[in-house]
Design a protein. Sequence first.
Length: 72
Amino acid sequence: MSIIYMLLAISVVVAVVFFVAFILSVRQGQYDDTYTPSVRMLFEDELVKGASKTSKATPQPKTQNNANRKLK
């Protein structure tokens, strides 16, 4: 029974060590994305052109004017 307590204590210590290592690596910038911003500038013009095309291509709602209503 004492081996279970020892294994439990060891697993908690290992988990705390990995958590501290993770926090330190995040603070040091190990997970910062340095590749995407350099590639994004290559494709930025295509994104801007695509957005302007979609805004111009939206159809306006068709409404009947008074002259059409009187003919019916």
